[in-house]
Structures are given as C-alpha cells and as structure tokens.
Design a protein around this ligand. Structure first.
Ligand code: ADP
Ligand code: ZN
Length: 529
C-alpha cells in the first residue's frame, strides 16, 4: 500500500496562523486555496510580492499527500526549502545540483509519506523514471511556478515546460495550480491551453503597484544622472540598479562606490561565494545598492527596496515590470527609474537582427522591444500604458513622470525630413550608409575629419539642421527609430529608411515627437519641488 503524507492541518486558516504566523489571507489567496483544497485546478496571475507561494504551500499542508512544486529556479530551491524547514514544514527538492545519495534520501522520504512539499526541476518531470517514482507516493497537488515559461511567445520560454501538459493526462485526479507574475493576455491564454487548464478557475490579480513611481528619462551621462537620482532622493536606502552587460555592471558599481555609496556588482561572471555574500549583505545591511545583470533579484524577498534603476533599456515590458516590481514590496513610496537613449535602440535592434534563431524568434524579440519603446516614448501616463500591456485598464495615476510633468509634443516633421533626406542622398548619390553620429554631424554642419574626407559638406542637406543641438538631434533620431520611420542595418547599425520614413519624406505623413528638456534630470527635480 502507498503511504500518503497525512494532512498536517484541518483548515487553511490553521496552517496560515501556525506555520506562517500570519493573521489573515491577502487578496484572493483564500479563494485560490479553497479551490485547490477542494480538488479543483487554478490559474493564478499575481504580481511579484503578491503572495503566490502560500497558494500552493497551504493546500499541500491541508491535503493528504505531498505537494509537488515545479520550479525553474534551481538556484533558489535550497533557500525556499530552508525557509519552509525553519517553519516546521517537511520540504525537500530534487534537482541536478544534488549527488545520488542526497537524491535517494529525498526519494525515500517521499515514498514513505514523510514530505509535505517537494520541489522538482521541470526537466526531471519529463523523464519517465521520475513519473514512475512519483507514482510510488501520493501527490497532494501539482504547482507549476513561473508558468509563463510555457509560453513560446513570452520572454522566458523553457522547452521543458511543454512536457508539463502530460500531468493532466497521467494524474487526472490531482489538482493543479499554475502561477505567474506575467499577465499579458497572450501568456494567460498559452498557460491555460498548453497546460490543459481550460477547466481551471482563473484568478487574475490587480497588477497595479500604486506606491511605485515610474520615471523614464533620456540618457545623457547615465552614471552621473543615476548618481544624482540616488543621492538626491534615496541617499541612504537600498536599491537595485540593472544593466545589460557585466562590463556596465562593474563600471557602474565602481563609479557609485567611488562616490561614497555602498554599491556592489552582481553578475554571472562572479563566483558563487561572492554572489552569495553580496545577496546576504543586501538582505541584512541597510543602504546596500546592488548593481546587477538580470541574474539578480529572482526570489529575493526584501520589503524595503526603495528604488529600482535601469541604466540600459530592458528587452521587454514583462522583464521591466518584474524587475521594477522588486521595489517597494512594503507598500511605501518607491521609484522605478529608467534612463534610455539612442544607443539602446540601435544596439538592441542590431542584436535582434544578429540573433540566432528563426524569423519567428526575431519577430518575437522585435515585438517585445517595440512594446518597451512604446512605454518609453508615450506622452500618456506610464501606468496606463504598462497596465494596458497586461490587459488591465487604469486611469492616469498622478504618480509617474508623464502625469507629474506632462511632456509637450511638437511637430518634428521638418527635422525628420532633413535627416531622412540625408540618409537617402548618401545612399543614392554615393552608395554610403552611416550611423546616427555622423548623420547628425552632417545635418548640424559640423566639420569633422570624416566630413572632410568624404566631402559631405557638399551635400544639399549639409548644415540645414543647425537649429537643434546635438542632444536634441539624438532625441529625434531615437524617436524616429522607435516609431520605425528609420531602421538599423548590418553589423555597424547604420541607418536606413523604412516605408513609413519614405512617407514622411514625400510629405504624406507628419511626425509627432516628444519634447525633451536639455538637462532632463535637473528639470524634473526642480519640477517636483
Ligand atoms: P510572490 O511569490 O507572489 O512574489 P511571495 O509568496 O514570495 O510572493 O510572498 C511575498 C511576501 O508576502 C512574503 O514575504 C510572504 O511571506 C508575504 N505574505 C504572503 N502572504 C501573506 C499574508 N497572507 N499575510 C502576510 N504576509 C504574507
Ligand atoms: Zn501616471
């Protein structure tokens, strides 16, 4: 006879008080838990910090058997299990980091009915031997954490997740819950269909984080801008700064440290001990700033992170939302600050063009980037745009940069035509292609060695744009790229016209641009006073 772990608690409330020491359930936790305890399935979309873990941990303690939790975050399993053990929950995990002896100890405990919760890496569940092993015990429920990983269209697809559709066939009587903090309608649909959860109860939480103030500024000298932001607003607080490359992370951390802030780098190139030490200082000491690639932050539960800053443009709105969501879990005012510029757009478009994988894959990356650019360039409320991306309606919030200092828009058709015409002339008349910097030099009439070498001062558009400053021109080019009136080409990211750009040039389309202050940071700070 199979031994099943007996229920530890008669009711969910009892488990909540006794094990976790909390007074009451939050949001829809109680309803979600009821659904599982009663044997039903659930799909849960809830923002980071919303309290997803209890939604499967408590039913695992109330139902007979062991709750099997599928999670891709292997590095975090140890922490999650340690936290549960500290609360008296009999938890364990199975993943590739264990040796054979450790694994068989866990397996024996499961079969003997001595585990409340078992974390399993997704790739294990696709093997027949693991499934046969699970049949030797009693499964209380399946929890599929980070369920957006099943979405091929999403930002974090993991092929192993596709095999999880078999859980429904093999164990039709075991309740299943899929959870994610990614809430686009497309992801939601994919989770429901690919995991065979059409009959499940759907729980979609409000994704708004009203205490987070969203701000997106044009990038000038980004490290100085960042330093200004931190020292003016959060000089002694904890924060996370995200950059895309190790190099950026290292240099930014050095820069902030040299100016007296407690800033530590964190990226995959550092050894495990250093990373662990940084993480633990961040959790325990006050006022630590971690400068990180996206490797940092998943599963870290620090309530008083006052700001999340991005010094590079995130690759998707999902990623941006998840990263900024690590600010202000305690509900107190916090800031999501992002600086982005022309080079971000050029670089990311080029990386997409050069990325391995098929056309569909590149289309997907492009669509993610376009949504991110739309958020950056919007003249409307950032929150309305962000929540709209997740299929949720909102009113202008009064707590983002565009609400607080509404950006003016201006008719940029003429400057756009000047620049686009320069691109076309160089290509048609001389068969030459250039990046943004040199094109801007030409329209501004700046004598540089390259201008002289190629006699670009004889072009008809030479110097016709001297009314705008260099940084204004960079803003124009960035917005033309974001609006897809210009595109980047080839390994040097040279600029070329799109069909839309051709319309502008022929006078068939006007270009509305966002007006940007010359010194964005100073301007926004004085506006707040
Ligand atoms: P998520 O997985 O959705 O990001 P977690 O499950 O890690 O969120 O929960 C976030 C934090 O909220 C944790 O510190 C958790 O202990 C706490 N929490 C969750 N539910 C409750 C509750 N009902 N009452 C008080 N605190 C809660
Ligand atoms: Zn707003």
């Amino acid at each position: 006879p199979i031994r099943a772990t007996p229920p530890r608690f008669a009711t969910a409330g009892e488990a909540l008080h006794t094990v976790f020491g909390y007074e009451s359930f939050r949001g829809e936790q109680a309803a979600i838990i009821d659904q599982l305890v009663g044997g039903g399935d659930a799909v849960v979309l809830m923002p980071t910090g919303g309290g997803k873990s209890l939604c499967y941990q408590i039913p695992s303690l109330v139902r007979e058997g062991t709750g099997v939790v599928v999670s891709p975050l292997i590095a975090l399993m140890q922490d999650q299990v340690d936290a549960l053990l500290a609360n008296g929950v009999r938890a364990a995990f199975l993943n590739s980091t264990q040796d054979a002896a450790e694994r068989s100890r866990v397996e024996r405990a499961y079969i003997a009915g001595e585990l409340d919760i078992l974390y399993v890496a997704p790739e294990r569940l696709s093997s027949e031997s693991t499934k046969r092993f699970l049949d030797r015990g009693t499964i209380a429920l399946f929890a599929i954490d980070e369920a957006h990983c099943v979405s091929q269209w999403g930002h974090d697809f993991r092929p192993d997740y596709l095999a999880l559709s078999e859980l429904a066939e093999r164990w039709p009587d075991v309740p299943r819950i899929a959870l994610t903090a990614t809430a686009t309608e497309a992801t939601h649909r994919e989770i429901t269909s690919r995991l065979r959860l059409e009959g499940a109860a759907q729980f979609v939480a409000d994704f708004d984080r009203p205490n987070i103030q969203y701000r997106i500024v044009p990038k000038a000298e980004v490290r100085t801008q960042l330093l200004d932001f931190i020292t003016t607003e959060y000089p002694t607080d904890a924060g996370i700064v995200y950059g895309l490359s190790r190099n950026t992370v290292e240099r930014t951390a050095e820069f902030l440290s040299a100016r007296g802030l407690k800033a530590l780098p964190y990226h995959a190139g550092l050894d495990a001990a250093t990373r662990a030490a940084t993480q633990s200082r961040f959790l325990r000491e006050d006022g630590i700033i971690v400068v990180a690639t996206i490797a940092f932050g998943m599963g870290i539960d620090k309530p008083d992170v006052r700001f999340v800053a991005h010094v590079d443009l995130p690759k998707s709105v999902e990623g941006y939302y998840q990263e900024t969501g690590r600010a202000g879990r305690d509900g107190l005012p916090s800031t999501a600050w992002l600086a982005y510029g022309l080079n971000d757009v050029v670089q990311q478009r080029r990386m997409i063009d050069e990325s391995p994988g098929d056309l569909a894959h590149r289309r997907k990356l492009s669509a993610h980037l376009d949504a991110m650019l739309a958020l950056c360039e919007t003249v409307q409320c950032r929150r309305v745009n962000l929540l709209g991306y997740f299929g949720q309606r909102a009113e202008p919030c009064g707590n983002c940069d565009t609400c607080l200092t509404p950006p003016e828009s201006w008719d940029g058709t003429v400057p756009a035509q000047k620049l686009l015409s320069t691109v076309v002339r160089l290509q048609r008349e001389r068969n030459q292609r250039y990046g943004a910097g040199h094109l801007i030099d030409i329209v501004r009439g700046k004598q540089t060695p390259r201008v002289t070498q190629f006699s670009h001062d004889t072009l008809a558009t030479w110097g016709i744009g001297s009314d705008l400053s260099e940084s204004q021109w960079r803003g124009v080019v960035r917005q033309l790229l974001a609006q897809e009136l210009l595109k980047t080409e080839g390994e040097y990211g040279t600029l070329a016209l799109t069909a839309g750009g051709a319309d502008v040039l022929s006078g068939g389309r006007t270009v509305i641009l966002r007006r940007e202050p010359e010194r964005p940071e100073r301007a926004s700070r004085s506006a707040r006073k």
